[in-house]
Write a protein that binds this ligand. Structure first.
Ligand code: NI
Length: 184
């Protein structure tokens, strides 16, 4: 059980495309997951990806099991360990792929917030640390946090997804009085 250092934007290790996990249910993998969980909890995060602690593997964790203070109307995101994820955007009834904009923060980009467009509804698949398959639909904040974390596995930080930079800046300016900011 170790709280690891979280790499910050500018570190080239955050820009790598992470390696596929080929062996499940190993001591090394369980240790990594424990470190991710400890590090996310210590940072009051809503999600964390292995590259953020310098580990070049397709492993992300997310979810708090409780209502997010930043998204009080959103249903709680299940606490999830997700390996080798694949995200598929889902169309609406008219066949188009809807997007939604909302604020995001990132533990690797401390003190900042930005409005990021994401797919509104997704299917995501992958495996947990034991190799058991995961196959879920998600929308809203749940879909957002999955897309944010999985972006870390292809070397993308949320500022790279921002289209309107007038809505990118310091948390204390955009959200004065927010005492427990929660980042991904
Ligand atoms: Ni992040």
């Amino acid at each position: 059980m170790t709280v690891r250092e979280i790499l910050k934007m500018g570190d080239p290790r955050l820009l790598r495309v992470a390696q596929v996990v080929t062996q499940f249910d190993t001591d090394t993998l369980h240790l990594l997951v424990t470190d991710l969980l400890d590090t996310m909890a210590a940072a009051n995060g809503a999600g964390l990806a292995a590259p953020q602690i310098g580990v070049d593997l397709q492993v992300v964790i997310f979810g708090t099991g409780a209502v997010s203070p930043r998204y009080p109307d959103a249903p709680p995101v299940p606490r999830t360990v997700l390996l080798n994820p694949v995200i598929t955007p889902l169309p609406n009834d008219s066949g188009t792929i809807p997007e939604e904009e909302d604020w995001e923060g990132c533990l690797s980009v401390p003190g900042l917030r930005g409005v990021v467009p994401r797919f509104a509804r997704i299917r995501y698949t992958g495996f947990d640390q034991y190799g058991d398959p995961i196959d879920r639909m998600a929308e809203g904040f749940h879909a957002r946090v999955v897309q944010h974390e999985c972006d870390h596995l292809i070397g993308k930080l949320y500022p790279m997804r921002i289209r309107d930079f007038s809505r990118f800046g310091f948390t204390e300016i955009f959200f004065p009085g927010l005492d427990t900011p929660q980042d991904e």
